[in-house]
Design a protein around this ligand. Sequence first.
Ligand SMILES: Cc1ncc(COP(=O)(O)O)c(C=O)c1O
Length: 405
Amino acid sequence: MGLFDRFESVRRLHGRISSCGADPFAVRMEKVLSPTEAIIEGRKTILAGTNNYIGLTFDPGCIDAAVQATAAEGTGTTGSRVANGSYSGHRRLEQEIADFFGRQHAMVFTTGYQANLGIISTIAGPDDFLVIDADCHASIYDATRLGSATVIRFKHNDPADLDRRLQRIADKPGNKVIVVEGIYSMLGDTAPLAEFAEVKRKHGAYLVVDEAHSMGVLGATGRGLAEALGVEADVDFVVGTFSKSLGAIGGYCVSDHPEFEILRVACRPYMFTASLPPSIVASVSAALEIVRTRPELRRRLYANVRTLYDGLAEQGFRLGPTRSPVVAVHVDDPELAVGTWLELLKAGVYVNMALPPATPAGTALLRCSVCAAHTREQLETIVQTLTEVAYGNGLLSLPRRAAVA
Ligand SMILES: Cc1ncc(COP(=O)(O)O)c(C=O)c1O
């Protein structure tokens, strides 16, 4: 048995996909020009497949902060904070994040993946229960493997199912820790957090919310879905990332738990990896200040969401259930989805391709993401291009609304 023989089915599936003419999982950005444009295969292409929701990757203040921090403190820390020491910027950033969320404690991690891996695997021990939404991100699933708690999945976004599953373990000792997300990355739907909070209170459980796709996007001050729904007091741990709205890389967890700080010497994905470099710490700090002081970016983002979501819905595309910066187009036939994706790319529009069995909906998805920096013209081009491709290849066949009217 060869070392990689067990990947045969993945190899076959990947071979079928790339035989369509291009590999959606190996796109090369020859040059990134702005938050919304790149050169791909020699063509200027509109980017509608990022997580750059408020468009901060080219913000001059963030770039300047990163450059200055590199000049002052070097390119990297070369080690973990526990073994090799924290830079003053790490602690300062943690204070800024704690203040932003109005919490007592914050810890930063080197990626959002590691924040989930670390927090979720550490807070629930061998006698505890992790009760996770079935559609949670891979980093949450991987955390359940790293940790030692008993894992229970409940039906996506279903508070009644969560309640039933907690009821079944009600007389078992051990803490119950519920894990959900704010906005889900593939379909763009949001968690019914108020209902989950009620179930959490009923069972005396803890609640962890991953606001990776909702921080900077939702809530009056950009703190995410819990803020938007007024249930922050019920959330015991907020986890998130610097790689989406904040335009950099890294992750965080905030909490008011009085013993939170023990995690710094108990959480392996925090302890055994190099810490964030000064450049990232500085650019994230500048980006956080922008999220805090420029709510108009969120308003612009949501105006853009309406243009794209409503524009595609009007043309008859089957979309995710919620108007959010993740606009997912369902395509039942995976080969048609890959063909559509490729034609879009050739026409100068880049979106993400997601295929079953990895998709929550069970269908292929063309995942389009919206950025506050998209112009109306770019968004109209995305709608028009997708519509033309879809009529050309049979993805859409009914008469267009406009033609009917
Ligand atoms: C819901 C969710 N949590 C965590 C992560 C991991 O974040 P990062 O890419 O910053 O490691 C992602 C990344 O896509 C995500 O979608």
